[in-house]
Write a protein that binds this ligand. Sequence first.
Ligand code: 4AD
Ligand code: MG
Length: 483
Amino acid sequence: MKRFKIAQILNDPAIGEKVEVKGWVRAFRSNRFIQLSDGSTIKTLQAVVDFEQMDEATLKKVTTAAAICVQGELVASQGSGQAVELQVESLEIIGEANPDDVQRTVMQPKKHSLEFLREQAHLRFRTNTFGAVFRIRHAVSFAIHKFFNDRGFYYIHTPIITGSDAEGAGEMFRVSTLDPKNPPLNEDGSVNYKEDFFGKAVNLTVSGQLEAELAALALGQVYTFGPTFRAENSNTSRHLAEFWMIEPEVAFNDIHDNMDLAEDMLKYICQYVMDNCPDDLQFLHERDAAEQQTKPQHERNELGLIDRLKFITENPFERITYTKAIEVLRNSNHYKKKKFQYEVEWGTDLQSEHERYLVEKEYKRPVIITDYPASFKAFYMRRNDNAEPGKETVAAMDILFPGIGEMVGGSQREERLDVLKEKCAAFHIPEEDLWWYLDTRKFGTVPHAGFGLGFERMVMFVTGMTNIRDVIPFPRTPLNAEF
Ligand code: 4AD
Ligand code: MG
């Protein structure tokens, strides 16, 4: 008998056909109705057993979480809630569920909290919420590859182990095979990494950008999509120590082309999820609506999840310079009433409270902020010409999203060798460490630009989940790497 996935059966019910279905029991009511789930859809298939025809010992093992195989005829359903059901002719137990373990976890009377589920490695995947989130996570990943492939970009695999600190923030995980108890030392007492595996100090990458630049300056337009690692000790709902980043890099693009590309990509992803994940999205939409009800009025989203995605696809993002952002913030009533905790002054970085104000209160849409002061942005960003002395800016762009904050960070790159060397000196980056990068500026250097999208932050936005730990299967955060 041919085996079918539940999604296939529900999308195109072949009434009268005999089918086989394998899955896990969600519920078993009245010794008659089995709700079966197989991961192919958020929906369950109702399998109806005639208990008088069944072996009692087998039926006893049809418990929540058990894995079974059923065969039988698809019939139009008598009950409401489903169009089709399976009339069971044979039922086989594939994997039993231990009743004590089920009682302890699956059958918890209280609704499973997201926090509780984070500690249940396997169970998390079995819930409707996480099933929906991870099916959508897959769809977003596929949409990103499709977006770039359709536009003639090449997917470049940049290294995970690297000697460079692309962002210059120094928040890196060291990779070493030296004995931590007895490492070889230099005369000054520091560890001698010349004796380490790679003959130098290396770390897990914080970004594939610098390597992607080399590829873009030959292949034209490329993107990376890989894991990135940051050892920043920030235990927030928006930071992971291990997250996935998408980094396109395009030769001959300037900062404006860069903004257009990023805006197109973000809109494409939202549209893709609406077009391809209707059931999961509807479920999360209702989940989000219920969660909004538990919040105080002023913290609630004005729009539901699906309307938030529509809003993104249908409206242009706001584009303002950093200088303008400071002006808007300082002229706001919020500022005048001294409601910001951090100072708002040209030359200091925007804090999350400022970003949220601009996105959620002032413009009520995604905002792209450009031309930040050079002092707190990365060394590779292109210096803007004609700055007032002491007010040097770079062609940087951050895209801020409602409820998320920074979604994308990018820039036009400094393509002029002399300026780039000045920047290296100012940032105390030894040129000999970056010779391979500086070389690109000697062999037909061109203007080019790129950005990084935090994959999990995008998945948060399209699923309405509010903690980044709940959109990655195995979150890595400070003090948390159990499984
Ligand atoms: O702004 P970031 O640090 O930019 C870069 O790494 C550049 N090299 C990108 C480029 O121009 N090619 O990081 C890019 C994005 C952020 O906007 C944010 O969405 C996400 O990566 N991100 C994180 N996501 C989860 N956890 C963290 N700890 C993150 N740090 C950054
Ligand atoms: Mg950034």
